[in-house]
Structure formats: C-alpha cells, structure tokens
Design a protein around this ligand. Sequence first.
Ligand SMILES: [Zn+2]
Length: 146
Amino acid sequence: MAENDKWIIKNSPFEMLDIAFKRLFPNVRYEAFFEPNIRDDEKENKVCGLTDFADDGTITIFIDCALTINDAVEIFAHELAHAGVGVGHDHDEVWQKAFDDLFDEYNKVGEEMFSSNINAPKGADYVNALEELGYADSAKEKEGDE
Ligand SMILES: [Zn+2]
C-alpha cells in the first residue's frame, strides 16, 4: 500500500511534513487544526500559527486558514519545530536546527514519494521574511505558567 493511499490530497504537504516529523520526533504526539480566528499577539502582530503546550503534555497546533497553502505549509513546519523541541526554545538555535531538519526530511519524503525536490526556504530566512510582513507566531503554554 502506498503511503498516500488514504490521503484525500495525494501530494498533501501537511501529510508529508507529518511523516518527516514522526521520523525526527517519534515520541512527540500533537494535533493540528486550521483556525479561522487566531488571536493577535501581545504586540498586536497578526499571528498565523500557534502551538499550545498544555499542562497534561498535549500539544495542539493551530494554523491560520486565511494563508495560502504554501504559506500554511511553512507555518506548519515552523510550529512542528516548536512541538518537536518544546516550549522553552522559542526561536533559538535548537528550534532553528529542528526547523531546518524538518525541511530536509520533508524534501527526502518528497523525493521518495515523487522523485522530485521541493525547494523550501531555511528557517532563519523565513522567520525574517515573516517579520518583515508583520507576521508573528507564538508558542505558548496554555495556562500562561512556565
Ligand atoms: Zn515560532
């Protein structure tokens, strides 16, 4: 059975990122949702993605559904990197490496499935580009306690 037999979209980048994530972080579980009303952050930046770390260990990712699919994939990868390394890392080097590793693995998944490379920007470039656009994301603990 092909990996994408049960996928509605046969080349869904979200499913492909999930495969990459599970290879890199086999013990981390999360759920993800498209969200029409993500709240702005404290500085009133528009938030396009969010990762919630609940006290019981549950990790929930939200992605702004107004994004293009390409941007939503970038945001999903960004949030998955938060999920992978945990809430304490913000956008530090550990997070950056997880983000870059995710895209490398995502490209491998793409090559394995479709024999084609998906060129993706690296984490730092992407975060900077987002900030220039006035976007932000946040990785937060649900109850607000560290
Ligand atoms: Zn982030």
